[in-house]
Design a protein around this ligand. Structure first.
Ligand code: SF4
Length: 190
């Protein structure tokens, strides 16, 4: 089975979820959020086609990684291959985060007639859901770009049938002692 990626696997990330993570940047996204930071990942025909077995082999050689993060792009446009990778990680003690422009509610609705999607959702530990909304952007959020996005405990959410927000990430902190966005705006007017 093949998956289309935007680039090679990125190891040792500390900004794409909790701990030290390997990020899998999937290619292809139809959400077209205004202000998206990765517009080059939207085209479903671009990027590189990679065998899922090769990704598994690569993951098996890595050390000191807490888990993987499926990002992009949107991994939910390549459900089968993303599911295969997520399953492999769960079998090998790597936790799985996934970013998507779909909401949890939309995924649940879509999964009613899609067993592979249900399977994929069952193999995700943490879901960061929702489109990036430029008007709600904040540089003071942890692991997400805009305030509408939610960091969800996927197992609890699936158990309860509704989104369960992980409160530990549901804060908007002022890093480095000042508000980054306020500073950014300030610089824009100089
Ligand atoms: S879902 Fe993510 S990758 Fe897709 S357009 Fe929105 S911000 Fe960009």
């Amino acid at each position: 089975m093949k998956i289309r990626l935007a680039c090679d696997l990125q190891t040792d990330s500390i900004v794409d979820g909790e701990g030290i993570r390997t990020v899998i940047w999937t290619q292809g996204c139809s959400h077209h959020c205004k202000g998206c930071h990765n517009p080059e990942t939207h085209d479903h025909t671009k990027g590189i086609e990679v065998d899922v077995e090769d990704i598994k082999n690569k993951l098996s050689t890595l050390s000191n990684q807490d888990g993987i993060t499926l990002s992009g792009g949107d991994p939910f446009f390549q459900v089968e291959a993303s599911c295969e990778i997520a399953k492999y990680c769960k079998e090998n003690d790597l936790n799985v985060w996934a970013y998507t422009g779909f909401t949890f509610e939309k995924l649940q609705e879509m999964s009613k007639n899609n067993s592979k999607l249900r399977d994929f959702m069952n193999n995700i530990d943490v879901l960061v859901d929702g489109k990036f909304e430029l008007e709600k952007r904040s540089l003071n959020l942890k692991f997400k770009g805009s305030r509408n996005q939610r960091i969800l405990d996927m197992h609890e959410s699936l158990k309860c049938g509704k989104p369960v927000i992980m409160e530990e990430y549901n804060t908007e902190k002022t890093f480095l002692g000042y508000d980054c966005l306020a500073k950014e705006k300030e610089f824009m007017f100089i």
